[in-house]
Ligand binder design. Structure first.
Ligand code: DLL
Length: 435
């Protein structure tokens, strides 16, 4: 339950502002419990622990021992699809979610009653830090279903005591109407869908300033500060980022606080974070970019030790100006899977987004097209102008120069007619792979 009655900073749980030493003690205790659970009840992962010389949880004497434990990956979930990684009898699951997965079978995750409670708790905490208050009208435009976005924000909002409107994704014209009629104050969506809703609001002849919207809780896909500026302005809100992945719980692994918006606070008493060099598997120095790796500390149904997220970012343990002491993800560049290697240069779509949206005449709708006409991959960019009157060829030339100057690679740009690039109702597909 909330521990401070609206004092500043308003936190859900005192652990958020407590000393890091105490947190680390708690993490160690919970890490041992997780290792113990895996050894006892997840045979495929237990075998790997034994191979690494860990046969008893008491061998974990400090958090430094984490580095001795083997990694787990998405392929482990695929190989054991759907339920062979469960640490509890299937009958103890009260819910199942899944992430779509770009190829083949989805990644299935199960939750016990306690897992759902823990998820709701981290969501209530994160949403509180994002500025959700009891009684606030929460318009949830995240898809309800196997995607964790819908139900994650739903239960977090209810736990806080917000008035949750489970609109789900799609029927975009209706989203605008409901936002206006029901007085939505907080909007939950993917950032790309929030943009589509913003357009629908204008199409309905409404001015976002006439709505009651105050905050946007956005996540589920990479987005940049430039996109945030766009969303703040388009919707007249303060937009904050929510990060998470189904394998950990869904949204609620980390989120920004509304006041500082300076990195995403990791719920470190539930998830132990590391940042590693994806090639060597070794930890990178604090603040450097690397692959985010998480260990679940409380999960019952499907604990995961050193799970490689495939997400590239950096983490700091410096105290945030909001007063919270939990470590923060200070940059989220995108998925390693989405990183393109063009003539030897690594390119994240988010770098292109930053550059494009820094130009006033460019609308926040774009995509990258990857082809392999011969041996090498080639990338080109399509984006839209903010107004039909803009000279598209001249703008394309300017953007090509900008991209070349900043990335070192020549990337052809087409500025296409407004409305041409497909809009998303969930996660945007930024990269069209034509290889
Ligand atoms: O997308 C959970 C979620 C829903 C988080 C709604 C936030 C809001 P999955 O479908 O399993 O779960 O996809 C997880 O999405 O590994 C990241 O690559 C990406 N992702 C999620 N949030 C962010 C974010 C949900 N704020 C995958 N910034 C993750 C960048 C994000 N990438």
């Amino acid at each position: 339950m909330p521990t401070s009655a609206r004092s500043e900073p308003f936190v859900w749980d005192e652990i958020e502002t407590g000393p890091r030493d105490r947190l680390r003690e708690l993490q160690l205790e919970r890490l041992r419990q997780t290792v113990e659970r895996t050894l006892r009840s997840q045979p495929p992962l237990a075998a790997r622990l034994s191979e690494a010389g860990i046969t008893d949880a008491t061998e974990i004497s400090s958090l430094d021992d984490l580095a001795r434990l083997p990694f787990s990956r998405k392929s482990d979930l695929r190989d054991n699809y759907p339920f062979d990684l469960l640490a509890v009898p299937r009958e103890q699951l009260v819910r199942v979610h899944a992430s779509s997965g770009s190829h083949g079978k989805p990644t299935v995750v199960g939750y016990t009653r306690a897992d759902l409670d823990a998820w709701t708790e981290v969501m209530a905490r994160s949403m509180t830090m994002a500025g959700v208050r009891p009684g606030m009208v929460l318009h949830n435009a995240n898809g309800y279903g196997l995607f964790t976005g819908g139900l994650g924000f739903h239960h977090g909002g209810e736990r806080i005591g917000a008035t949750v409107i489970p609109v789900s994704g799609g029927f975009t014209a209706r989203q605008a109407m409901l936002l206006a009629d029901l007085g939505g104050q907080a909007l939950c969506a993917t950032p790309s869908y929030a943009l589509v809703i913003a357009q629908a609001i204008r199409d309905a002849g409404l001015d976002p300033d006439d709505l009651d919207l105050e905050i946007g809780l956005f996540g589920g896909e990479p987005w940049t500060d430039e996109m945030r500026t766009e969303l703040d302005r388009e919707l007249g809100i303060r937009a904050v980022s929510f990060y998470g992945l189904s394998e950990m719980c869904g949204p609620g692994v980390a989120a920004e606080c509304r006041d500082a918006r300076d990195g995403l606070h990791i719920q470190e008493d539930h998830f132990l974070a590391e940042v590693i060099d994806p090639e060597s598997g070794e930890p990178v120095p604090e603040g450097a970019d690397g692959e985010l790796v998480f260990t679940t500390l409380l999960k019952e149904a499907q604990p995961l030790i050193r799970y490689r997220t495939g997400d590239v970012g950096s983490v700091t343990t410096e105290r945030c100006e909001c007063g919270r002491t939990m470590a923060r993800i200070t940059a989220l560049r995108g998925r390693l899977d989405d990183m393109l290697i063009i003539r030897g240069v690594n390119l994240f779509p988010s770098t292109v987004e930053t550059l494009l949206l820094g130009v006033e005449e460019v609308a926040p709708h774009y995509r990258l097209i990857v082809e392999r006409p011969a041996e090498m991959d080639e990338v080109s960019v399509e984006c839209e102008p903010v107004e039909a009157s803009i000279d598209r060829a001249a703008l394309a030339d300017r953007l090509e120069t900008l991209l070349r100057d900043h990335t070192g690679i020549r990337i052809p740009v087409s500025v296409v007619e407004a409305g041409t690039i497909p809009r998303s109702e969930g996660k945007a597909v930024r990269v069209m792979d034509r290889r």
